[in-house]
Design a protein around this ligand. Structure first.
Ligand code: NAG
Length: 313
């Protein structure tokens, strides 16, 4: 020990004090709300406050989507709009925030996780380090997200329009849920008319038979430190719930789950998930309960924050 002590001392002295102080703080965090929610709703504020209590001094930004929108714009934008445009808005917003310039961790709630994934793969802004998604349908949905009870007019109209033709050009450019609707029995239509989810998973130039090409997945996810995809065990909002772990249901046998490891996009590593898994950075975890049931104080949401957020910058 004595032999090393002077060396250590020299190293410490050589580093400017200010750098030491700055780099010892927790990494900033970006959060992106779910469908029908807003950046500064009661629930989102409570979540952000919990993170701030847990990691004093942490910078937390809740994405306002669309960029500069009012709460009612935000609620509407969860149903109506273009996924890539909303995501680009988030990209512009994040780029304009000085506190985020050295990179950040990100938490996406449900649908918000898809927009953050778009950011991680396509935005030319600061890098995402740990990406944590709660109940995010990474491999799409085969049923519409049910409307709240009582249903809002926005939701009722959107689902009526979606049911009329999910893979029409109109739905694909106006209804957010249609843009992550991925039905394994209608892959041809999905691959032809969808852009948002298809490209997020690098399936752009895939034909129905698969094919090992990686297109338009941007940078993919291989360069992130960790991707933590959290599924809710009793989720009945996201159908199928295994989509939150990039799995699908076999169209010929509804009790057969096809895991990520057997998906073309993983085998061919279209978006770097295999590379990420091989370096130990892909985590598929569970929370008990229903969709977005974070379990209150000391619950699953809190435990995930304690484990994956607030690492030294
Ligand atoms: C359907 O899948 C389940 C689970 O993998 C399996 O046990 C069962 O044998 C399958 N049924 C048929 C008819 O292939």
């Amino acid at each position: 020990m004595l032999v090393f002590a002077p060396l250590l001392l020299t190293a410490v002295v050589a580093v400017p004090t200010q750098t030491v102080l700055e780099s010892s703080g927790p990494r900033p965090l970006v959060i992106w709300h779910g469908l029908g929610d807003t950046a500064h709703s009661k629930g989102m504020n409570q979540f952000a406050d919990f993170v701030r209590d847990e990691y004093p001094g942490i910078f937390v930004h809740s994405v306002v989507s669309p960029n500069g929108g009012s709460p009612s714009d935000e609620q509407k934008a969860g149903w109506w709009g273009v996924g890539e445009e909303l995501s680009q808005g988030g990209c512009d917003q994040i780029k304009s925030i000085p506190e985020l310039q050295d990179g950040f961790d990100a938490i996406g709630f449900s649908q918000g996780g898809l927009f953050l994934r778009w950011y991680a793969q396509n935005c030319d802004g600061p890098p995402v380090k740990n990406l944590i998604t709660f109940g995010t349908p990474h491999f799409g949905i085969t049923d519409l997200i049910p409307c709240p009870d009582p249903p809002t007019l926005t939701c009722t109209l959107a689902s009526r329009a979606a049911k009329a033709g999910i893979y029409t050009r109109w739905a694909q450019s106006h209804l957010i849920q249609a843009q992550y609707y991925r039905d394994p029995v209608r892959m041809r239509q999905f691959l032809q008319t969808n852009t948002f989810l298809r490209d997020l998973n690098g399936e752009k130039d895939m034909d129905e038979e698969g094919g090992f090409r990686r297109e338009n997945g941007g940078r993919g996810l291989g360069g992130l430190e960790n991707v933590v995809a959290i599924a809710f065990r009793d989720d009945i909002t996201v159908v199928p719930r295994v989509s939150t772990h990039w799995a699908t249901i076999d169209p010929d046998n509804s009790s057969h789950v096809i895991p990520l490891e057997e998906q073309e996009m993983y085998v061919g590593d279209f978006i770097g998930l295999k590379r990420l898994a091989q370096k130990g950075g892909l985590h598929r975890l569970f929370c008990p309960g229903q969709h977005m049931d974070l379990g209150g104080e000391g619950g699953c949401g809190d435990r995930m924050v304690r484990k994956w957020v607030g690492w030294p910058a």
